[in-house]
Design a protein around this ligand. Structure first.
Ligand code: EPZ
Length: 429
């Protein structure tokens, strides 16, 4: 298993181009199942989760092509073609789904397109049990019959297809919103989804579905109305920038007293983080093509943060922000309200000298002047990158083990940081 070695202490400065959002690209890829024509997606990030879903779609009969890779532009020019002309297999097997939970996003499209699906339950992961009960209950409201058998979801649509319905989610779920939005596009009649997630990735998916011929209104609000139609046609869609990658590198600039411009992204996608960084004393500004963070030895003040559904502070930036707070003056209370076990980075940060006490869903961070490099263990995608950030801001050497977690969601991470002056390298095992 690869490791990453960091020698900390440099102030980072330079420019980092942001890739397309992994958490937008995954549902967008699943949307290809809704049509027999080609869906072309550009700005697809080069990360492991994308390859995992491409493999799953291929075994459903989707023809996946990648072209336009331009070595000079990174993957900027890359276009992924996905064509589900015929769906030859409606089963999503455990060995593929367990590797990538977002595989559950094929359930709604398969049910809507061919009327049946046998999808492995994703199982839990490091950050929580992550059930899919909201997905299943809502699909039943569209008329589906769903049974759980030997760890698989067996789902069937009525003979004459799914029927539109008024569905109110008991609480906000990004994945359930995406599954139901896709299924409703081919259901008969009108579907109203209330209390939906408002993440930008949902809006991006809706815009792509509209380009494919779907009739959707209420984008960006907590209620989406979909008029079902017979079929969807092909389209070309550009994946929106990755707001979590953007926020991660913004924090890299802040924690190393650096100066980094993030390009190919948008300030509005990271507004909640910008507000918190400015409150903590870190200068952040909007630029033509993204965001600029330039901290010059200014005071870094400990502040409280609670994760919430969008437009609140994103749970996917909680670990990274906590790492920043370990270097702040004073105390910071970090509260995780979305997942039940998303503090796996805390014991690893403690090995580097961070002072953090966890009480239930809250962690009290007491800032310290110095962190010391140490060998640490990555446990999940965002916890892993928080350890990289800690290593950048530590004296001495940090070795992050099990970096396959990182490779699921960060494209060319060490290259992007090294280009800004970080002493970071991958140790191939
Ligand atoms: C998406 O996961 C993201 N993944 C996550 O990013 C992100 O943290 C999460 O949304 C919240 O923003 C992708 O988009 C691929 P949820 P998802 O359904 O859809 C509970 C990353 O690091 N819940 O909004 O699975 C659930 O357990 C990943 O990139 C149910 O109880 O998240 C959680 O506590 C991590 N029943 C809460 O709701 C359900 O049926 C929010 O989950 C569904 C969810």
């Amino acid at each position: 298993m690869d490791k990453i070695r960091i020698r900390g202490g440099q102030s980072l400065s330079g420019t980092i181009p942001i890739a397309g959002a992994k958490n937008a690209a995954l549902p967008l890829m699943a949307a290809c199942l809704l049509s027999d024509e080609e869906l072309a997606l550009s700005n697809i990030p080069h990360v492991a989760d994308i390859a995992s879903l491409a493999a799953l779609l291929a075994q459903h009969g989707v023809r996946v092509s990648l072209n336009g890779d331009d070595p000079n532009q990174g993957c900027q020019g890359r276009v992924m073609g996905l064509r589900a002309e015929t769906i030859t297999n409606t089963e999503a097997p455990y060995e593929l789904v367990r590797k990538m939970r977002a595989s559950i996003l094929v359930l709604g499209p398969l049910l809507a397109r061919v009327g049946k699906a046998r999808v492995s339950l994703p199982g839990g992961c490091a950050i929580g049990t992550r059930p899919v009960d909201l997905h299943l209950k809502a699909l039943e409201q569209l008329g589906a019959t769903i049974e759980i058998d030997e760890g698989y979801i067996n789902a069937f649509a009525p003979e004459d297809g799914l029927k539109g319905a008024h569905i109110t989610f008991p609480f906000v779920s990004v994945g359930a919103t995406e599954n139901l939005l896709m299924a409703a596009c081919l259901a008969q009649g009108e579907t109203v989804l209330s209390n939906v997630a408002r993440e930008p990735e949902i809006t991006d998916l809706a815009e792509c579905l509209i380009a494919m011929g779907a009739q959707i209104s209420g984008l960006g609000t907590d209620r989406l109305t979909i008029q079902g139609c017979e079929k969807l046609h092909g389209a070309h869609h550009k994946v929106l920038p990755d707001r979590i990658e953007t926020g991660t590198y913004m924090i890299a600039a802040a924690i190393t007293d650096g100066h980094i411009e993030l390009t190919n992204t948008r300030y509005d996608l990271v507004e909640a983080l910008c507000d918190k960084l400015i409150e903590a004393g870190v200068p952040v500004s909007e630029t033509e093509t993204g965001v600029l963070v330039e901290r010059h030895h200014g005071k870094l003040t400990g502040i409280d943060v609670m994760t919430e559904p969008y437009p609140g502070f994103p749970t996917d930036l909680q670990a990274q922000f906590m790492t920043l707070m370990t270097k702040a003056q004073g105390a910071a209370m970090i509260t995780e309200s979305i997942f039940e076990n998303r503090f796996m980075h805390v014991p690893e940060l403690a090995r580097m000298g961070a002072r953090i006490n966890v009480h239930g869903s809250s962690a009290m961070v007491r800032g310290t002047k110095t962190l010391k490099g140490a060998p640490v263990m990555a446990t999940d995608l965002r916890a892993s990158v928080s350890l990289i950030l800690a290593g950048l801001a530590s004296s001495g050497e940090t070795i992050v083990n099990r970096v396959y977690h990182l490779d699921r969601g960060y494209e060319r991470l060490e290259e992007k940081l090294a280009a800004c002056g970080a002493e970071i390298e991958r140790l191939k095992e």
